[in-house]
Design a protein around this ligand. Structure first.
Ligand code: SF4
Ligand code: SF4
Length: 372
Protein backbone atom coordinates (compact mmCIF):
# COMPACT_ATOMS: atom_id res chain seq x y z
CA UNK A 1 0.00 0.00 0.00
CA UNK A 2 1.34 3.46 -0.88
CA UNK A 3 2.12 5.94 1.88
CA UNK A 4 1.62 8.86 -0.49
CA UNK A 5 -0.08 11.78 1.24
CA UNK A 6 -1.82 14.83 -0.17
CA UNK A 7 1.17 16.89 0.95
CA UNK A 8 3.48 14.73 -1.18
CA UNK A 9 1.39 15.62 -4.19
CA UNK A 10 1.66 19.39 -3.84
CA UNK A 11 5.04 19.82 -2.12
CA UNK A 12 7.04 19.92 -5.33
CA UNK A 13 4.67 22.55 -6.72
CA UNK A 14 5.44 24.79 -3.71
CA UNK A 15 9.17 24.14 -3.51
CA UNK A 16 10.96 27.42 -2.64
CA UNK A 17 14.16 26.46 -4.52
CA UNK A 18 12.19 25.79 -7.72
CA UNK A 19 10.26 29.04 -7.31
CA UNK A 20 13.51 30.99 -6.83
CA UNK A 21 15.14 29.34 -9.86
CA UNK A 22 12.12 30.18 -12.01
CA UNK A 23 12.13 33.78 -10.71
CA UNK A 24 15.82 34.09 -11.64
CA UNK A 25 15.16 32.85 -15.16
CA UNK A 26 12.13 35.13 -15.56
CA UNK A 27 14.20 38.17 -14.49
CA UNK A 28 17.00 37.23 -16.88
CA UNK A 29 14.70 36.87 -19.90
CA UNK A 30 12.32 39.72 -19.00
CA UNK A 31 15.26 42.10 -19.39
CA UNK A 32 15.08 41.43 -23.11
CA UNK A 33 11.37 42.24 -23.49
CA UNK A 34 10.75 45.28 -25.67
CA UNK A 35 7.50 46.22 -23.90
CA UNK A 36 6.10 45.61 -20.39
CA UNK A 37 3.96 42.50 -20.00
CA UNK A 38 0.48 43.06 -18.59
CA UNK A 39 -0.65 39.55 -17.74
CA UNK A 40 -4.27 38.96 -16.87
CA UNK A 41 -5.05 35.96 -14.72
CA UNK A 42 -8.73 35.34 -15.33
CA UNK A 43 -9.16 32.91 -12.47
CA UNK A 44 -9.74 33.98 -8.87
CA UNK A 45 -7.82 30.89 -7.73
CA UNK A 46 -4.74 32.21 -9.51
CA UNK A 47 -5.19 35.64 -7.91
CA UNK A 48 -5.04 33.94 -4.52
CA UNK A 49 -1.93 31.95 -5.40
CA UNK A 50 -0.22 35.10 -6.67
CA UNK A 51 -1.02 37.02 -3.49
CA UNK A 52 -0.55 34.19 -1.00
CA UNK A 53 2.88 33.11 -2.22
CA UNK A 54 4.20 36.61 -2.92
CA UNK A 55 4.52 35.91 -6.65
CA UNK A 56 3.65 39.53 -7.39
CA UNK A 57 6.76 40.61 -5.46
CA UNK A 58 8.93 38.08 -7.31
CA UNK A 59 8.21 39.62 -10.69
CA UNK A 60 10.52 42.07 -12.45
CA UNK A 61 9.22 45.61 -12.84
CA UNK A 62 8.14 45.06 -16.41
CA UNK A 63 5.73 42.22 -15.60
CA UNK A 64 2.46 43.19 -13.96
CA UNK A 65 -0.47 41.02 -12.93
CA UNK A 66 -3.93 42.31 -13.82
CA UNK A 67 -6.66 40.47 -11.95
CA UNK A 68 -9.53 39.37 -14.13
CA UNK A 69 -13.23 38.57 -13.74
CA UNK A 70 -12.77 34.90 -12.77
CA UNK A 71 -14.72 34.73 -9.57
CA UNK A 72 -18.32 33.66 -10.21
CA UNK A 73 -19.57 35.43 -7.10
CA UNK A 74 -17.83 38.70 -7.99
CA UNK A 75 -19.25 38.96 -11.48
CA UNK A 76 -22.89 38.37 -10.52
CA UNK A 77 -24.77 41.67 -10.83
CA UNK A 78 -26.93 42.84 -7.95
CA UNK A 79 -30.16 42.28 -9.85
CA UNK A 80 -29.43 38.52 -9.99
CA UNK A 81 -28.94 38.48 -6.20
CA UNK A 82 -32.26 40.32 -5.96
CA UNK A 83 -33.77 37.52 -8.06
CA UNK A 84 -32.57 34.96 -5.51
CA UNK A 85 -33.97 36.99 -2.61
CA UNK A 86 -37.31 37.46 -4.40
CA UNK A 87 -37.54 33.74 -5.15
CA UNK A 88 -36.80 32.85 -1.53
CA UNK A 89 -39.75 35.00 -0.45
CA UNK A 90 -42.30 33.23 -2.67
CA UNK A 91 -44.81 31.01 -0.83
CA UNK A 92 -43.85 27.34 -0.55
CA UNK A 93 -40.28 27.87 -1.77
CA UNK A 94 -37.00 26.56 -0.37
CA UNK A 95 -34.10 28.39 -2.00
CA UNK A 96 -30.78 26.53 -2.24
CA UNK A 97 -27.41 27.79 -3.43
CA UNK A 98 -23.73 27.03 -3.18
CA UNK A 99 -21.05 28.67 -1.07
CA UNK A 100 -20.47 32.36 -0.72
CA UNK A 101 -23.49 33.47 -2.71
CA UNK A 102 -25.41 33.74 0.53
CA UNK A 103 -23.32 36.68 1.77
CA UNK A 104 -23.23 38.79 -1.40
CA UNK A 105 -25.09 42.09 -1.03
CA UNK A 106 -28.00 42.65 -3.40
CA UNK A 107 -29.58 46.09 -3.85
CA UNK A 108 -31.11 46.16 -0.35
CA UNK A 109 -30.28 42.90 1.38
CA UNK A 110 -28.47 39.59 1.04
CA UNK A 111 -29.61 35.98 1.17
CA UNK A 112 -28.03 35.69 4.63
CA UNK A 113 -30.11 38.59 5.96
CA UNK A 114 -33.23 37.27 4.21
CA UNK A 115 -32.67 33.92 5.90
CA UNK A 116 -32.33 35.67 9.25
CA UNK A 117 -35.76 37.21 8.52
CA UNK A 118 -37.19 33.68 8.56
CA UNK A 119 -37.19 32.61 4.90
CA UNK A 120 -36.10 29.08 4.03
CA UNK A 121 -32.70 29.50 2.37
CA UNK A 122 -30.24 26.63 2.51
CA UNK A 123 -26.55 26.91 1.67
CA UNK A 124 -25.31 23.68 0.10
CA UNK A 125 -22.10 21.73 0.62
CA UNK A 126 -22.73 19.82 -2.57
CA UNK A 127 -25.05 20.42 -5.52
CA UNK A 128 -26.52 16.94 -4.98
CA UNK A 129 -27.81 17.91 -1.51
CA UNK A 130 -30.70 19.47 -3.44
CA UNK A 131 -32.01 15.97 -4.18
CA UNK A 132 -32.42 15.11 -0.50
CA UNK A 133 -33.99 18.46 0.32
CA UNK A 134 -36.51 17.93 -2.48
CA UNK A 135 -37.29 14.35 -1.38
CA UNK A 136 -37.83 15.40 2.22
CA UNK A 137 -40.07 18.32 1.22
CA UNK A 138 -42.35 17.00 -1.55
CA UNK A 139 -44.94 19.73 -0.90
CA UNK A 140 -42.35 22.53 -1.48
CA UNK A 141 -40.78 24.01 -4.58
CA UNK A 142 -37.02 23.62 -4.13
CA UNK A 143 -35.23 26.21 -6.27
CA UNK A 144 -31.55 25.75 -7.05
CA UNK A 145 -29.92 29.13 -7.66
CA UNK A 146 -27.09 27.90 -9.90
CA UNK A 147 -23.91 29.95 -10.25
CA UNK A 148 -20.42 29.39 -11.56
CA UNK A 149 -18.22 29.14 -14.61
CA UNK A 150 -17.87 26.08 -16.83
CA UNK A 151 -16.45 24.15 -13.87
CA UNK A 152 -19.70 23.98 -11.94
CA UNK A 153 -22.12 23.94 -14.88
CA UNK A 154 -21.80 20.16 -15.50
CA UNK A 155 -22.72 19.62 -11.83
CA UNK A 156 -26.02 21.44 -12.39
CA UNK A 157 -26.60 19.34 -15.51
CA UNK A 158 -25.80 16.18 -13.51
CA UNK A 159 -28.26 17.27 -10.81
CA UNK A 160 -30.98 17.70 -13.44
CA UNK A 161 -30.22 14.29 -14.89
CA UNK A 162 -30.40 12.58 -11.51
CA UNK A 163 -33.58 14.42 -10.53
CA UNK A 164 -35.27 13.32 -13.77
CA UNK A 165 -33.97 9.75 -13.46
CA UNK A 166 -35.27 9.53 -9.91
CA UNK A 167 -38.61 11.06 -10.89
CA UNK A 168 -38.19 14.08 -8.59
CA UNK A 169 -40.50 16.80 -9.92
CA UNK A 170 -40.20 19.59 -7.32
CA UNK A 171 -36.73 20.94 -8.18
CA UNK A 172 -36.58 24.18 -10.17
CA UNK A 173 -33.53 25.97 -11.53
CA UNK A 174 -32.46 29.60 -11.74
CA UNK A 175 -29.45 29.42 -14.06
CA UNK A 176 -26.61 31.94 -13.69
CA UNK A 177 -23.83 29.92 -15.26
CA UNK A 178 -21.35 32.12 -17.10
CA UNK A 179 -18.74 31.41 -19.76
CA UNK A 180 -15.05 32.28 -19.58
CA UNK A 181 -14.01 33.17 -23.17
CA UNK A 182 -16.62 35.95 -23.80
CA UNK A 183 -15.37 38.31 -21.02
CA UNK A 184 -11.80 37.72 -22.25
CA UNK A 185 -12.94 38.90 -25.65
CA UNK A 186 -14.81 41.86 -24.13
CA UNK A 187 -11.69 42.92 -22.21
CA UNK A 188 -9.56 42.70 -25.35
CA UNK A 189 -12.16 44.57 -27.43
CA UNK A 190 -12.37 47.42 -24.95
CA UNK A 191 -8.56 47.73 -24.98
CA UNK A 192 -8.68 49.80 -21.76
CA UNK A 193 -6.71 47.34 -19.65
CA UNK A 194 -3.97 46.93 -22.31
CA UNK A 195 -3.60 43.20 -21.61
CA UNK A 196 -0.93 41.55 -23.74
CA UNK A 197 -0.76 38.04 -22.21
CA UNK A 198 -3.17 35.69 -20.46
CA UNK A 199 -2.89 33.02 -17.80
CA UNK A 200 -5.95 30.86 -18.45
CA UNK A 201 -7.84 29.14 -15.61
CA UNK A 202 -7.09 25.67 -14.30
CA UNK A 203 -10.43 24.01 -13.54
CA UNK A 204 -12.35 25.77 -16.29
CA UNK A 205 -9.79 24.60 -18.85
CA UNK A 206 -10.14 21.01 -17.66
CA UNK A 207 -13.76 21.23 -18.84
CA UNK A 208 -13.59 23.46 -21.94
CA UNK A 209 -10.06 22.59 -23.11
CA UNK A 210 -7.12 24.80 -24.06
CA UNK A 211 -8.52 25.11 -27.60
CA UNK A 212 -11.14 27.55 -26.28
CA UNK A 213 -8.51 30.32 -26.08
CA UNK A 214 -7.17 29.97 -29.63
CA UNK A 215 -9.21 33.05 -30.67
CA UNK A 216 -6.96 35.20 -28.48
CA UNK A 217 -4.00 34.20 -30.64
CA UNK A 218 -5.82 34.32 -33.97
CA UNK A 219 -7.69 37.57 -33.45
CA UNK A 220 -5.62 39.49 -30.88
CA UNK A 221 -2.12 38.08 -31.38
CA UNK A 222 -1.96 37.47 -27.63
CA UNK A 223 -0.13 34.58 -25.95
CA UNK A 224 -2.03 32.32 -23.56
CA UNK A 225 -0.82 29.71 -21.09
CA UNK A 226 -3.25 27.39 -19.28
CA UNK A 227 -1.79 27.24 -15.78
CA UNK A 228 -2.15 25.01 -12.73
CA UNK A 229 -3.04 26.48 -9.34
CA UNK A 230 0.21 26.08 -7.42
CA UNK A 231 2.98 28.69 -7.20
CA UNK A 232 5.42 26.68 -9.33
CA UNK A 233 2.66 26.35 -11.96
CA UNK A 234 2.12 30.10 -12.07
CA UNK A 235 5.85 30.87 -12.17
CA UNK A 236 6.45 28.37 -14.96
CA UNK A 237 3.50 29.80 -16.90
CA UNK A 238 4.93 33.30 -16.66
CA UNK A 239 8.25 31.99 -17.95
CA UNK A 240 6.44 30.35 -20.88
CA UNK A 241 4.68 33.63 -21.66
CA UNK A 242 7.96 35.56 -21.57
CA UNK A 243 9.51 33.05 -23.96
CA UNK A 244 6.55 33.35 -26.34
CA UNK A 245 6.97 37.12 -26.31
CA UNK A 246 10.69 36.90 -27.03
CA UNK A 247 10.10 34.42 -29.84
CA UNK A 248 7.38 36.70 -31.19
CA UNK A 249 5.32 33.54 -31.62
CA UNK A 250 2.06 33.87 -29.68
CA UNK A 251 0.22 30.61 -29.16
CA UNK A 252 -1.90 28.66 -26.66
CA UNK A 253 0.31 26.53 -24.45
CA UNK A 254 -0.76 24.16 -21.73
CA UNK A 255 1.32 24.17 -18.55
CA UNK A 256 -1.44 22.25 -16.69
CA UNK A 257 -1.05 19.05 -18.72
CA UNK A 258 -1.58 16.91 -15.64
CA UNK A 259 -5.30 17.78 -15.76
CA UNK A 260 -6.24 19.90 -18.79
CA UNK A 261 -6.20 18.79 -22.44
CA UNK A 262 -6.67 20.56 -25.74
CA UNK A 263 -10.29 19.38 -26.15
CA UNK A 264 -11.35 19.36 -22.50
CA UNK A 265 -13.87 17.01 -20.91
CA UNK A 266 -16.16 16.19 -23.80
CA UNK A 267 -18.59 14.16 -21.68
CA UNK A 268 -19.08 17.11 -19.31
CA UNK A 269 -19.58 19.42 -22.29
CA UNK A 270 -22.22 17.07 -23.73
CA UNK A 271 -24.06 16.79 -20.43
CA UNK A 272 -24.26 20.59 -20.20
CA UNK A 273 -25.48 20.83 -23.80
CA UNK A 274 -28.25 18.34 -23.05
CA UNK A 275 -29.93 20.80 -20.67
CA UNK A 276 -28.60 24.28 -21.41
CA UNK A 277 -28.02 26.66 -24.28
CA UNK A 278 -26.33 30.03 -24.73
CA UNK A 279 -28.23 33.21 -23.80
CA UNK A 280 -28.26 36.08 -26.29
CA UNK A 281 -26.72 38.34 -23.68
CA UNK A 282 -25.94 38.49 -19.95
CA UNK A 283 -25.08 41.45 -17.74
CA UNK A 284 -21.80 41.09 -15.82
CA UNK A 285 -20.90 43.17 -12.82
CA UNK A 286 -18.38 45.74 -13.99
CA UNK A 287 -18.26 44.52 -17.56
CA UNK A 288 -21.87 45.26 -18.52
CA UNK A 289 -23.81 43.31 -21.15
CA UNK A 290 -21.69 40.71 -22.93
CA UNK A 291 -23.27 38.85 -25.85
CA UNK A 292 -23.46 35.06 -25.63
CA UNK A 293 -21.64 34.99 -22.30
CA UNK A 294 -23.95 32.84 -20.17
CA UNK A 295 -26.26 29.85 -20.28
CA UNK A 296 -29.97 29.28 -19.72
CA UNK A 297 -32.19 26.21 -19.61
CA UNK A 298 -33.36 24.89 -22.93
CA UNK A 299 -37.00 25.66 -23.75
CA UNK A 300 -38.01 22.03 -23.37
CA UNK A 301 -37.26 22.34 -19.63
CA UNK A 302 -39.27 25.57 -19.25
CA UNK A 303 -41.57 23.95 -16.66
CA UNK A 304 -38.53 23.70 -14.33
CA UNK A 305 -37.12 27.13 -15.14
CA UNK A 306 -37.65 29.39 -12.10
CA UNK A 307 -36.70 32.44 -14.17
CA UNK A 308 -39.66 31.77 -16.46
CA UNK A 309 -42.12 30.54 -13.84
CA UNK A 310 -41.58 33.60 -11.63
CA UNK A 311 -40.91 36.08 -14.46
CA UNK A 312 -43.72 38.39 -13.30
CA UNK A 313 -42.21 38.94 -9.84
CA UNK A 314 -38.49 39.01 -10.63
CA UNK A 315 -36.96 42.50 -10.75
CA UNK A 316 -35.47 43.52 -14.07
CA UNK A 317 -33.90 46.92 -13.67
CA UNK A 318 -30.13 47.31 -13.54
CA UNK A 319 -28.79 48.23 -10.10
CA UNK A 320 -25.50 50.06 -9.64
CA UNK A 321 -22.86 48.93 -7.15
CA UNK A 322 -22.41 50.75 -3.84
CA UNK A 323 -21.16 54.22 -4.74
CA UNK A 324 -17.82 53.70 -3.00
CA UNK A 325 -17.19 50.26 -4.50
CA UNK A 326 -14.85 50.01 -7.48
CA UNK A 327 -15.34 46.26 -8.05
CA UNK A 328 -16.37 47.04 -11.61
CA UNK A 329 -13.04 48.69 -12.38
CA UNK A 330 -11.13 45.88 -10.65
CA UNK A 331 -12.93 43.23 -12.70
CA UNK A 332 -12.02 45.10 -15.88
CA UNK A 333 -8.36 45.23 -14.86
CA UNK A 334 -8.44 49.02 -14.47
CA UNK A 335 -7.82 49.25 -10.71
CA UNK A 336 -6.35 47.29 -7.84
CA UNK A 337 -8.25 46.58 -4.60
CA UNK A 338 -5.92 48.90 -2.71
CA UNK A 339 -7.13 51.78 -4.94
CA UNK A 340 -10.54 51.51 -3.24
CA UNK A 341 -11.05 54.14 -0.52
CA UNK A 342 -12.90 51.75 1.78
CA UNK A 343 -10.69 48.70 1.29
CA UNK A 344 -9.99 47.10 4.67
CA UNK A 345 -11.91 49.81 6.56
CA UNK A 346 -15.62 50.04 5.75
CA UNK A 347 -15.27 46.95 3.55
CA UNK A 348 -13.85 43.73 5.00
CA UNK A 349 -14.63 40.02 4.46
CA UNK A 350 -16.85 39.99 7.56
CA UNK A 351 -18.71 43.08 6.39
CA UNK A 352 -18.36 43.30 2.61
CA UNK A 353 -19.65 46.32 0.70
CA UNK A 354 -18.98 44.75 -2.66
CA UNK A 355 -18.84 41.27 -4.13
CA UNK A 356 -15.04 41.22 -4.70
CA UNK A 357 -14.57 41.10 -0.92
CA UNK A 358 -17.02 38.24 -0.31
CA UNK A 359 -15.69 35.20 -2.04
CA UNK A 360 -12.38 33.50 -1.36
CA UNK A 361 -11.77 33.91 -5.08
CA UNK A 362 -12.37 37.68 -5.06
CA UNK A 363 -9.44 40.04 -5.66
CA UNK A 364 -10.30 42.33 -2.70
CA UNK A 365 -10.57 39.30 -0.43
CA UNK A 366 -7.12 38.07 -1.61
CA UNK A 367 -5.53 41.49 -1.03
CA UNK A 368 -7.19 41.73 2.39
CA UNK A 369 -5.72 38.39 3.46
CA UNK A 370 -2.27 38.66 1.99
CA UNK A 371 -1.39 42.23 1.05
CA UNK A 372 -2.46 44.62 3.77
S1 SF4 B 1 -11.24 27.62 -11.86
FE1 SF4 B 1 -12.24 28.03 -9.88
S2 SF4 B 1 -11.24 29.81 -9.13
FE2 SF4 B 1 -10.76 29.68 -11.30
S3 SF4 B 1 -12.33 30.87 -12.30
FE3 SF4 B 1 -13.05 28.83 -12.22
S4 SF4 B 1 -14.29 28.76 -10.38
FE4 SF4 B 1 -13.02 30.56 -10.19
S1 SF4 C 1 -12.79 46.85 -1.15
FE1 SF4 C 1 -14.98 46.44 -1.02
S2 SF4 C 1 -15.96 48.33 -1.68
FE2 SF4 C 1 -13.83 48.40 -2.36
S3 SF4 C 1 -13.84 47.56 -4.43
FE3 SF4 C 1 -13.41 45.88 -3.06
S4 SF4 C 1 -15.42 44.98 -2.64
FE4 SF4 C 1 -15.80 47.01 -3.49
Amino acid sequence: MSNLTLKDLYTKFRDPATIKALAKEIHKLADKLDEPMRVMEICGGHTHTIMKYGIKQLMPENIEFIHGPGCPVCVMPKERIDHAITLAKQPGVILTTLGDMIRVPGSKSSLAKTRADGYDIRPLHSTFDVLNIAKKNPDKKVIFFAIGFETTTPMTAALMKRAFNEGIKNIYYHINHVLTPPPMRAIMDSGEARINAFIAPSHVSVIIGAKSYQFLVDEYNTPVVVAGFEPVDVMESILMLVKQKLQNYPRVENQYKRAATWDGNVLAQQMTEEFMEIRDTFRWRGLGDIPKSALKLKDKYAQFDAEKIYANVLPNEHIDDHKLCICGKILKGLAKPTDCKVFGTACTPSSPLGSCMVSDEGACNAYYRYAR
